[in-house]
Design a protein around this ligand. Structure first.
Ligand SMILES: Nc1ncnc2c1ncn2[C@@H]1O[C@H](COP(=O)(O)OP(=O)(O)OP(=O)(O)O)[C@@H](O)[C@H]1O
Length: 276
């Protein structure tokens, strides 16, 4: 029997506003299984952060049902867009320890956990630095390290690398892939479509509803030439490798595979050229 981490059925979410309530998500039904690596995409205001907060237990649902596994209930960490809203300690180390204390981790284990987590995000040299001396991107890395130190089963990243440069962002995605290999469940909210090739599954939101749930290649490619892809339907711009494939296609060169990442595009072109 599969125990879902999250099982949502016809979920709706509303905010209380001045003149009533605003329904921002509706008809949301999906499940997340343990160990999944999922990207959540959509335009600004499509409901990604709202959904992330619901899954993290920070927002109640207004309608429908949501069932969580015990792990998802007790061991989910969300890393949000704004690092200042999540940092409490005066120094990097104190901030990590604050989260560890909240999770009843023994004091003796704290230094080793903090070092391991800070190493994973490249912040070990900053361990005893005052938090207000960190850049915005370094603060985001600290929030990620705090979640890693706690050893959460489910990690939800809500555009938490938005302030990082491309190299640091790639390094975080590599950290996330290794956490996934260890069995962790990762939900990654992003606006950057070039990132989603690193994920197994894409959930796309449009106006608070799920408009797509499937693989990255199914999001960017369509079997029939005349059909719009799920990505095009959302009026989002696909990443560069997909644009290259589409241009080659128009020029008469059909690729047998559907690359999403640059490394995949390179492999496909080499394979195809060698077979001519
Ligand atoms: N606290 C709130 N009160 C009222 N409305 C809200 C609140 N937070 C978000 N909303 C509204 O809910 C809708 C979805 O917002 P949400 O932040 O979930 O979208 P998003 O896809 O994460 O957007 P972005 O990519 O811009 O961060 C938007 O219309 C937004 O204005």
């Amino acid at each position: 029997m599969i125990l879902h981490h999250f099982l949502l059925d016809q979920v709706a979410v509303a905010y209380v506003i001045d003149d009533g309530i605003a329904l921002v998500c509706s008809d949301i039904s999906f499940s997340i299984e343990p160990g999944e690596l999922v990207a959540i995409v959509g335009k600004n205001g499509s409901g990604k952060s709202t959904l992330a907060r619901v899954l993290a237990g920070l927002l109640p649902i207004s309608r429908g049902t949501m069932i969580k596994s015990p792990e998802a209930l007790h061991s989910t960490q969300i890393i949000m867009q704004n690092p200042d809203a999540q940092i409490i300690g005066d120094t990097v180390y104190e901030d990590i320890c604050f989260g560890l204390e909240n999770h009843c981790i023994a004091s003796a284990d704290m230094p080793i956990r903090a070092r391991k987590a800070l190493s994973a995000v490249g912040l070990l040299p900053f361990m005893h630095v005052q938090v207000d001396k960190l850049s915005g991107g370094q603060k985001q890395l600290l929030c990620i390290a705090s979640a890693l130190a706690i050893d959460a089963d489910v990690l939800i990243f809500d555009e938490s690398t938005a302030m990082l440069d491309p190299r640091s962002r790639m390094e975080i995605i590599e950290v996330i892939q290794s956490l996934h290999k260890e069995g962790r469940t990762v939900l990654w909210v992003t606006q950057l479509l070039e990132e989603i090739g690193h994920f197994q599954r894409v959930i796309a939101l449009h106006e608070g509803k799920i408009s797509f749930d499937g693989t990255p290649s199914a999001f960017f490619y369509q079997l029939n030439d005349d059909d719009e892809t799920p990505c095009e339907k959302l009026q989002l711009i696909p990443p560069y490798p997909v644009l290259v494939v589409n241009e080659l296609h128009r020029a008469g060169m059909m690729l047998v595979e559907q690359p999403v990442l640059m490394s995949q595009l390179k492999e496909v072109i080499i394979k195809q050229c060698l077979s001519i």
